[in-house]
Write a protein that binds this ligand. Structure first.
Ligand code: PRX
Length: 650
């Protein structure tokens, strides 16, 4: 076994085919049609994207050329002009969609508000007028730090309408994080709220903004939405109420067309080291990428009620709560709060009440639902669902099967969508009416995407072997640069192997050409010369009936290079005993071979996660090595988890 590849240990062989019924009604329902379109998209990309660009978007001025590619800088739809907000709203006016719900909002306390396309359009126009009055124009940066309420989407779309650049900062981030991001992009305006509801409590957004803005000289105005009625301090001359501002402006706004490559937003994402990266997306290519994937991967229809649980602070919230679905004229359910408020069945209860047809969530959430117990699910019919999606990390087959059986009632296809903040839109995923699925695999590439799994020398690894995941050739929704740091952009994504985009993930392609992502390369374990993906060991652990969640890290070991340390959360009602510890070691050895037998099994009450639910293995590594937790912990959801793990050590 060479040190250059990743040993792949997964033994998943189950295959699930789309039902004839789903296939018949799908936006794309035949494998041969997919094959043909895919072949065209990679062999004649200019032709393919020219047609899609014309068909799926509304242009103010037609583009001349689909792509101008000067590696690593791409320009898509050169010479064209459009307005992103018009594509999401105005073009549905005067059609049958005009009075259908664009956003159905449900607050955590249970308040419900529906905005039709016509109403949403009016609100966006009003707010665009407000921003214009605050002297926001094309190219200016606007920071949005808000709860999951319709006004967050309204603020984003109003920026887009003006050609301004939004940067949404997740509402769970601290004032430090706001300060760094606002200073990095020099935002002129910050939009926030007097709070948002989360687990029955008010999240104090405004006071975080106050602390941050004390050290951000670029900010001239702070717009504050009244959501909770929580008292806030308003600074004269700087802070303004949303409701006062919108009352003073008309609900009509004449939009302009902007260049295809006009920046649409910056979204900061944490790297494994150093300061957050400001991923820059532009207008036409991003909009096309999110529109076409929404249409085919989510199979969106006018009759759907589509529920994506991601916060708009993440790329999933940008691409698949706001831009993609609205450009398709879909009805989006937006929920403000926690999935277990007031009870662990909140989502299932909402799905029944709103008649949700498409549900898109993350494996970390699915594992939490599993831990809370099946009874909470069984209380609800979930009859309306027809399609399920997963995103954010590899979904372990155990969770996939649970999702398929308990939520999808074995009836709904599951689309396991692999993509990144940087890719803007879904890159690898089943098409629900086309692709036979295998639990744990994100399956086949979307149109125009050429994934390659390569070894250190840049050679393709044999089918079934692991390596690093690259994308060959540009795609419309790709990041254009990192804000203010083009050198880092080149170094980070385009230097690993000249000519290829480096995704930073480990993966393998199986004998059917299916892609299996095994986790971030930084997290790959090296045990006695075997490189093993964390996802596979974790998946083996979670397949044990007592285990709810697991995280695996390496600890430096003189003999083996790395010893395997696993952190395990047991299911409710299970006792964490010495016997169970031994049983789990043998279980992993049995499931994937003795090379992966954990050296150390530690029971934990919680795992350190980012606020988007990704396990921070870097922190676990430090704990496993018995050291102090160093480095940036500002993206950590709950620091007490780390304290508890460390206390266990002593
Ligand atoms: O490691 C992959 C994992 O999440 C990373 C991207 O994270 P982020 O930029 O926060 O975007 C998340 C939402 C798109 C990827 O490099 N990842 C995401 N989706 C999957 C996944 N890993 C395996 N399977 C997926 N479906």
């Amino acid at each position: 076994m060479s040190d250059q590849t990743i040993t792949s240990v997964s033994r998943e062989h189950r295959v699930f085919r789309p039902s004839a019924e789903f296939q018949r009604q799908a936006n794309l329902g035949s494998y041969s049609a997919y094959k043909k379109l895919y072949a065209e998209s990679v062999n004649a990309p200019e032709k393919f994207w020219t047609r899609q660009g014309k068909e799926l978007l509304s242009w103010r001025k037609p583009f001349k050329q689909a792509l101008r590619w000067k590696l690593p800088h791409a320009k898509w739809f050169v010479g064209g002009q459009l307005n992103v907000a018009e594509n999401c709203l105005d073009r549905h006016l005067g059609t049958a969609r005009e009075n259908k719900a664009a956003i159905i909002f449900e607050g955590e306390p249970g308040d419900i508000r529906t905005l039709t396309y016509k109403q949403l359009h009016r609100e966006v126009c009003r707010f665009a007028n407000v921003l214009a009055k605050l002297e926001v124009s094309k190219g200016d940066r606007v920071a949005i730090y808000m709860p999951m309420v319709p006004e967050a989407a309204i603020a984003m779309l109003a920026c887009a309408r003006l050609g301004a650049i939004h940067t949404v900062i997740f509402g769970g981030f601290s004032s430090e994080a706001i300060k760094d991001r606002v200073n990095d992009c020099q935002a002129k305006v910050v939009i926030t709220a007097d709070g948002g509801w989360r687990r029955g409590k008010v999240v104090e957004l405004k006071s975080n903004v106050d602390r941050a803005v004390a050290a951000t000289p670029s900010v001239k105005s702070v717009v504050v939405l009244k959501r909770t009625g929580n008292p806030v301090t308003m600074t004269e001359g700087r802070d303004l109420w949303w409701h006062d501002l919108v009352a003073q402006v008309p609900a009509e706004h004449k939009a302009r067309g902007f260049d295809s490559e006009n920046p649409l937003f910056i979204l900061y994402t944490s790297g494994s080291t150093g300061k957050p990266k400001g991923v820059l997306h532009t207008s036409a290519g991003y909009l096309l990428g999110t529109t076409i994937t929404s249409k085919y991967v989510f199979d969106l229809k006018d009759t759907d009620v589509y529920f994506c649980t991601a916060d708009i602070g993440w790329i999933t919230g940008h691409s698949y709560v706001v831009y993609g679905p609205l450009a398709n004229g879909a009805t989006v359910l937006m929920y403000e709060g926690a999935p277990n408020q007031p009870g662990p069945d909140r989502f299932w209860e909402m799905i029944d009440r709103h008649g949700v047809t498409i549900f898109y969530t993350a494996p970390t959430a699915i594992r939490a639902f599993m831990r809370w117990g099946d009874d909470h699910v069984k209380k609800h019919s979930l009859r309306s669902l027809r399609l399920l999606g997963s995103v954010g990390e590899p979904i372990n087959p155990e969770a996939w099967m649970w999702y398929h059986t308990l939520i999808g009632k074995k009836r709904c296809p599951i689309v396991d969508t692999w993509w990144q903040t940087e890719t803007g839109a879904i890159m690898v995923s089943p098409l629900p009416g086309v692709t036979p699925t295998k639990p744990g695999s994100c399956t086949l590439p979307f149109f125009g995407v050429i994934p390659k799994v390569l070894d250190e020398a840049g050679k393709e690894v044999p089918r079934g072997s692991g390596g690093k995941l690259f994308l060959k050739s540009p795609w419309p929704s790709m990041l254009r640069t990192l804000w203010g740091d083009d050198e880092r952009f080149k170094r980070q994504y385009w230097s690993e192997l000249p000519g290829y985009y480096f995704a930073g993930d480990g993966a393998r392609i199986d004998e059917d050409g299916y892609l299996w992502v095994v986790g971030r390369i930084d997290d790959v374990l090296n045990v006695s010369g075997h490189r093993i993906g964390t996802a596979e060991v974790e998946s083996a652990l979670v397949s044990h009936p007592s285990v709810a969640e697991a995280a695996v890290v390496g600890r430096p070991d003189e003999l083996k290079g790395q010893a395997l340390v696993v952190f395990v959360i047991v299911k409710t009602g299970i006792e964490a005993t010495k016997e169970l510890r031994e049983e789990l070691r043998s279980h992993v050895a049995k499931e994937i071979g003795s090379l992966a037998r954990p050296d150390d099994v530690r029971f934990a009450a919680g795992l350190p996660k980012t606020r988007s639910g990704k396990i921070m293995r870097r922190i676990l590594k430090e704990i496993a090595a018995g050291g102090e937790v160093k480095g940036d912990t500002t993206t950590l959801e709950d620091f007490s988890v780390v304290a508890a793990l460390q206390a266990q050590e002593e």
